[in-house]
Write a new protein. Structure first.
Length: 287
């Protein structure tokens, strides 16, 4: 029999670099977790409750921490811990997971970018420094949590809830006097100015629609001054183009009429004889 442990991560806010934040949250949750104590006698397994025996931590030998690197302009610029907006414009992403002993656990590269050996080595050196700092912060937070719990206090998330440290808004409760509500409401109504016009019935423009009052003038689709000038210029260009088209049509019609009257001149390069067939006049029928 073994313990089956699963870590579920719920993202509350996405501002980029989810892999690094998720890896830190997962490893901290596993280090902070305590399982029930167990004793085995022969084939009999006894699982003790927290009241009988203190839960025991998991056997975690090292903490793999992920560090993400974003590359821009085909690797010319390197950025650690990219934000959500920076991830939209990056060319490629490199994720290195490492522990504090400088042991690389995994490397993942995504995006259409080819990295050189010197770039990967530089990222690994930066990862070693970042992993050492993050591991120290995690261990310090776990030690503070364990120390406060031994003293019988609260630490971390449980301590933040009553003090409203998680939320940004905090207001003290205030009593509301509701004794003279009607008198105060009548006084406010008498001091207030009456409405300019009251519409008792809604205006039905079409089945299934209703409108109370005429409303203000609809400004949807109104053009600004610059847009109006551009529209006027476009309209003028279209009118000029239409005028030119009409003039070209009249010129073409006049040239065609002139071409009908003028005789056809053939060049000497034409070898075949061209014969123009004139329509024969149909004799009129006589009674």
């Amino acid at each position: 029999q073994v313990w089956q442990i699963r870590v579920d991560l719920h993202l509350l806010n996405h501002d980029g670099n989810i892999i690094d934040a998720a890896s830190i949250a997962a490893i901290v949750a596993l280090c902070h977790f305590r399982r029930p104590d167990v004793s085995v006698q022969g084939e009999e397994v006894t699982v003790y409750s927290p009241e009988e025996r203190d839960p025991v931590p998991l056997s975690i030998h090292h903490m793999p921490i992920c560090v993400s690197f974003a590359f821009f302009q085909q690797g010319t610029y390197l950025l650690v811990d990219p934000s959500e907006r920076e991830e939209r414009v990056m060319d490629g992403l490199l994720v290195i997971a490492m522990n504090k002993h400088r042991e690389i656990c995994t490397i993942q590269s995504s995006g259409g970018i080819m990295l050189l050996q010197d770039q990967v080595l530089r990222c690994s050196q930066i990862t070693a420094v970042k992993v050492a700092e993050i591991t120290e912060l995690i261990q310090k937070a776990l030690e503070n949590d364990q120390k406060v719990r031994k003293e019988g206090g609260k630490f971390g998330f449980a301590e933040s809830i009553p003090n409203q440290k998680i939320t940004a808004f905090k207001m003290e409760s205030a009593a509301v006097d509701t004794n003279n509500v009607e008198e105060q409401a009548e006084e406010i109504i008498t001091k207030a100015d009456p409405p300019s016009e009251v519409f008792a019935k809604p205006i039905l423009h079409a089945p299934g629609t209703a409108q109370i009052g005429e409303g203000i003038q609809n400004a949807w689709g109104d053009l600004e001054d610059s847009e109006r000038e551009e529209a006027a210029e476009e309209e003028g260009e279209s009118d000029a183009a239409a005028f030119d088209g009409q003039r070209m049509e009249t010129e073409d019609a006049s040239t065609m009429s002139e071409a009908k009257d003028e005789p056809i001149v053939l060049s000497d390069s034409e070898e075949e004889e061209v014969v123009i067939l004139e329509p024969q006049e149909v004799p009129k029928k006589t009674r």
